[in-house]
Design a protein around this ligand. Structure first.
Ligand code: ADP
Length: 262
């Protein structure tokens, strides 16, 4: 192979070898740093729910036996907190699993219209108070180069956010079209919006513009990083445009499956 070491070494070759070796070390170091950062972030994120849970359990321990109201409230709050943690753990697993897509799913394909219609239908059912407009101009039987469940996951993340960060105008535009060799999807809401500075950071894991609001709605700041990881594994792109107070558009581009020549 290309990397095999030749037996007769000139100086140039040794320099080249050293270069390659150093680059390899750099990559390993970078990887180790990323792992460390991830563990630090995770520990930090788990601290809050664990502290809250501890608080409720202590309340139960001190007053729960005698005060039925404390008993009921603290139990409810504890269960809610555990659910939140469970969701956080599931999302963290999703994020690390997304890194293994290449091996398992990278050759999967799905019919664009079918998947879009299913997600749209489910979403309309789950959010009867929202007006969800669908503008689908994707030619029938268009095949996208992505595992069906991953396309669904991306759409659900974007649609969930559109609902979570909406305000009075409970309306969402979902549109899909093909542009050249790409499927192009847009999810638009008319909610709180994101300012330009935050917009640069929303795809970073655990980043939330408004931690309190996000926590209330069950947000861990992992939805967009998961969506981005998945999209990029399939050589697609995801971008956002937004204006504070008027809403946000997320755009996803995914490669179509290469046409089979007959
Ligand atoms: P979360 O679970 O907190 O929603 P995400 O990774 O999905 O995590 O989003 C990160 C942050 O980006 C959110 O906390 C929110 O502040 C912001 N955000 C995401 N989608 C929208 C949207 N449609 N409108 C306004 N803000 C959004």
């Amino acid at each position: 192979s290309q990397d095999r070491i030749a037996k007769q070494k000139s100086n140039d070759e040794i320099t080249d070898l050293a270069d390659r070796f150093n680059k390899m070390l750099d990559r390993m170091q970078e990887y180790t740093n990323q792992q460390k950062e991830f563990v630090q972030d995770v520990s930090h994120e788990l601290r809050t729910p664990v502290a809250v849970l501890e608080g409720h359990l202590k309340m139960l321990q001190r007053w729960g036996k005698d005060d039925p109201q404390v008993l009921a409230e603290s139990l409810d709050a504890s269960v809610a907190e555990v659910s939140r943690m469970k969701k956080l753990i599931q999302e963290m697993l999703d994020l690390t699993r997304a890194e293994q897509i290449e091996v398992n799913y990278i050759h999967e394909t799905t019919q664009a219209n079918e998947t879009l219609k299913q997600v749209y239908g489910d979403f309309v059912m789950l959010h009867p108070d929202f007006k969800i407009n669908m503008d689908d101009t994707v030619p029938p039987k268009t095949i996208v180069q992505i595992y069906r469940n991953h396309l669904m996951q991306i759409l659900i993340i974007l649609l969930d956010n559109a609902v979570k960060y909406s305000r009075d105008r409970k309306e969402i535009n979902l549109s899909a079209s093909t542009e050249g060799q790409m499927l192009s999807i847009a999810v638009q809401d008319f909610g709180v919006g994101i300012d330009q500075e935050d917009l640069q950071r929303i795809f970073a894991r655990f980043y939330r513009v408004d931690k309190a609001r996000s926590r209330e709605s069950g947000g861990n700041g992992l939805g967009l990083p998961i969506a981005k990881k998945i999209v990029e594994m399939y050589k697609g792109t995801i971008t956002a445009e937004s204006a504070v107070g008027s809403g946000t558009i997320f755009r996803v581009n995914l490669p179509l499956a290469p046409k089979k020549s007959k």
